[in-house]
Design a protein around this ligand. Structure first.
Ligand SMILES: [Zn+2]
Ligand SMILES: [Zn+2]
Length: 307
């Protein structure tokens, strides 16, 4: 039997529909482009803009590099839709999945996100920053080589302004941050000293996991190096489990960090890890409804079993 769940913050509706899980599905196939043609592979650096930041190994070779997006949707000079976009090449290895990184290497990537957020925030015209990763064609990735993106916008998107209003009003209603409450009431998948991961009842996609710091914090970029190691541990555990269960699905990773100057009692930075277990199609676009085939309880228990 299907159940309806309304997300109180983003106002979308999720239809939890376990029956639909039984229909047959195609398997997503990996791209096989060769590294000589890949602009993100070592040796092809001239195919991309120059680095804005890089981490290097003992041999002075880069291990992680960032540079401005060559095909930005948001350009510094445009007044109407202003902003800046950077690519973060996560590895020299063309074929690695994020779930296959060492904890040390993923910590370096998380640290690079932090450095780039801090650097972009210094630009006076940047009002909102989001870090995200698209893995797989159906998650929106145009290139196979593992990379993430950071976008700094010269304005706060309307959706975020609405979300902020909802979070503020829930904070006043419940006398508690929405995310702090959610972590207590949701189905936990994995936790360590600094972070907890769980599946909210309003997960739009099956096995969608959220990660939040256990202590209420507004800004990702204030995370300490030790906490970033703990965060890498959570992400790796979740990805190993998701990859094992769903055979390396396309997925999105989104870091929602606070904007503005102030720490806010109602805004808790968070990560959404979203395996693309379903395609967004006409029905979702027309109605704002999402159909989720696996209940939060069942998804959490399946993922937990593989950790
Ligand atoms: Zn490559
Ligand atoms: Zn909180």
């Amino acid at each position: 039997m299907s159940e309806l769940r309304l997300d109180p913050v983003e106002k979308y509706t999720v239809v939890v529909a376990p029956e639909r899980n039984k229909r047959p599905k195609d398997i997503w196939e990996n791209s096989n482009i060769i590294s000589a043609e890949c602009p993100f592979c070592p040796g092809n650096e001239e195919m991309t803009p120059p680095d804005s930041f890089s981490l290097k190994n003992n041999l002075e070779k880069w291990t992680i590099r960032t540079f401005p997006n060559k095909y930005p949707a948001f350009i510094d000079s445009s007044k109407a839709v202003s902003g800046t976009q950077e690519i973060i090449v996560e590895s020299v290895n063309h074929n690695l999945n994020m779930g296959e990184y060492s904890q040390r290497h993923l910590t370096d990537i998380l640290c690079t996100y932090k450095n780039r957020i801090i650097s972009l925030k210094k630009k006076a015209d940047i009002k909102y920053i989001v870090v995200f990763k698209n893995h797989g064609a159906s998650a929106g990735a145009s290139l196979f080589h593992p990379h993430s993106q950071i976008v700094g916008l010269g304005f706060v998107p309307a959706k975020i302004i609405e979300k902020t209003k909802a979070l503020k009003s829930l904070f006043h209603k419940n006398s508690e941050c929405y995310y702090c409450g959610l972590a207590k009431s949701s189905n936990t998948v994995y936790e360590n000293n600094s972070f907890v991961s769980f599946i909210p009842e309003t997960a739009r996609f099956s096995y969608e996991c959220w990660i939040i710091p256990k202590r209420h914090k507004t800004f990702y970029e204030e995370t300490t190096p030790v906490q970033l190691e703990h965060l890498a541990d959570v992400i790796l555990k979740l990805l190993k489990s998701i990859n094992g269960l769903l055979d390396f699905p396309a997925l999105n990773l989104i870091i929602n960090t606070g904007y503005g100057e102030k720490t806010e009692p109602f805004f808790h930075w968070n990560i959404q890890l979203v395996p693309r277990t379903a395609q967004l199609a006409g029905f979702e676009m027309a109605t704002g409804f999402y159909i989720n085939e696996v209940s939060a309880l069942q998804a959490a228990s399946q993922l937990k079993n593989l950790i």
